[in-house]
Design a protein around this ligand. Structure first.
Ligand SMILES: NC(=O)c1ccc[n+]([C@@H]2O[C@H](COP(=O)([O-])OP(=O)(O)OC[C@H]3O[C@@H](n4cnc5c(N)ncnc54)[C@H](O)[C@@H]3O)[C@@H](O)[C@H]2O)c1
Length: 331
């Protein structure tokens, strides 16, 4: 199989490439990545000899057409992915998430290529804390931020290209990921690296917001299950029943790093901050037989903390600039 992975130098994409090289030696991987501030070729260093890396933009129609012509399957991870950035500068989100997806869809349509679209549960908006409901594939779209609205727009383009043009596509909407190679701007790596640097972790608002955490390896094994057994035109929700509020996550990071559990600061909240996400992954589990390998959030988090401790050279170059950006926001 000739596999084109967009955004393969980012957090989830690089883990997907590592997993694919490790477990599927018959797959020939090409990565297309623009190496924005969020992409890092160093994340692919351990597999550099086994893959082809192309630096370029998913909205570059000519380049995308050439790469898609040479692929059997496309998995599209590339995106602007950080909510806080989308509030200060929305345009790159429209350009990459919407125009970039459109560009890929036109190319897979021309070449008849199988396409899998990586998306987020944030397209569904949020749930109340006391609501027992979870997101299902039937939940109406109700995105809150420029990030989630551009991801929602891209999902709808995929659905329309399936219906109107018969594109062979699937979509997955996953909950919040954690694990190695995640940019230090994101909640869990930011707090881990703050503790390493002797800075008190920062909690938005009151810290009650709930996220449904899944280890990145579990997200990626689900993507493979969809590539191998998913039905064209279908949407699969990926989640591992990992609901935790942000306060509990920070307290656990502090505990696992030998700090007092209350050694954090409350900072101003993100405008429009979604309250709770929760995924019902029944369809993925029953139809495709997928199960997560990481049973315990605590163990997965402990392993992630160890990874950040052992790989300071990977994250250190980003840390100061990231904290300077947060300082401007007062967060
Ligand atoms: N992180 C999460 O918890 C999460 C959860 C569900 C879904 N997702 C989705 O998974 C995908 C990957 O997320 P991530 O957390 O790995 O993001 P990330 O920000 O770590 O990585 C994004 C990658 O895309 C590349 N990129 C950005 N714009 C590009 C462009 N125009 N052309 C080519 N490459 C470009 C970047 O250089 C980077 O390598 C996204 O589509 C995101 O919406 C993320």
């Amino acid at each position: 199989m000739r596999l084109l992975v967009t955004g393969g130098a980012g957090f989830i994409g690089s883990n997907f490439v590592h997993q694919t090289v490790r477990e599927r030696p018959d797959v020939r991987v090409t990565v297309l990545d623009a190496l924005t501030y969020a992409g890092d070729e160093a994340s692919l260093a351990p597999v550099a000899e086994q893959i082809t890396f192309v630096r370029g933009d998913v909205a570059d129609a000519e380049l995308v057409d050439r790469l898609v012509a040479d692929a059997d399957v496309v998995v599209h991870f590339a995106a602007e992915s950080h909510n806080d950035n989308s509030l200060s500068e929305p345009w790159p989100f429209v350009q990459t998430n919407v125009i970039g997806t459109y560009t890929l869809l036109e190319a897979v349509r021309r070449h008849g290529t199988r396409y899998h679209h990586i998306s987020t549960d944030e397209v569904y908006g949020d749930l109340e804390l006391d609501d027992p409901a979870k997101f299902t594939p039937e939940t109406p779209y109700n995105p809150s931020s420029p990030y989630s609205s551009t991801k929602a727009a891209s999902d709808l383009l995929v659905r329309a290209w399936v219906r109107s043009f018969g594109v062979q596509a699937t979509i997955s909407n996953c909950s919040n990921n954690y694990g190695p190679y995640q940019h230090v701007e994101k909640f869990i790596p930011r707090q881990i690296t703050n503790v390493v640097d002797g800075i008190r972790p920062k909690l938005y608002g009151t810290g009650e917001n709930v996220r449904d955490w899944i280890h990145v390896e579990d997200h990626n094994s689900a993507v493979w299950a969809i590539l191998e057994r998913g039905r064209t035109g279908e949407t699969y929700l990926i989640g591992a029943d990992g609901e935790e509020n942000n306060k509990a996550v920070v307290e656990l990071i502090l505990e696992l790093t030998g700090q007092p559990r209350d050694a954090y600061d409350l900072v101003s909240d993100r405008p429009g901050h979604d309250m709770r996400y929760a995924i019902d992954s029944t369809k993925l589990r029953t139809e495709l037989g997928w199960t997560p390998r990481y049973g315990s959030f605590r163990d997965g988090l402990a392993a992630t903390i160890e990874w950040y401790r052992a790989n300071e050279a990977w994250w250190r170059p980003q840390k100061d600039a990231t904290e300077a950006k947060y300082a401007q926001l007062g967060r």
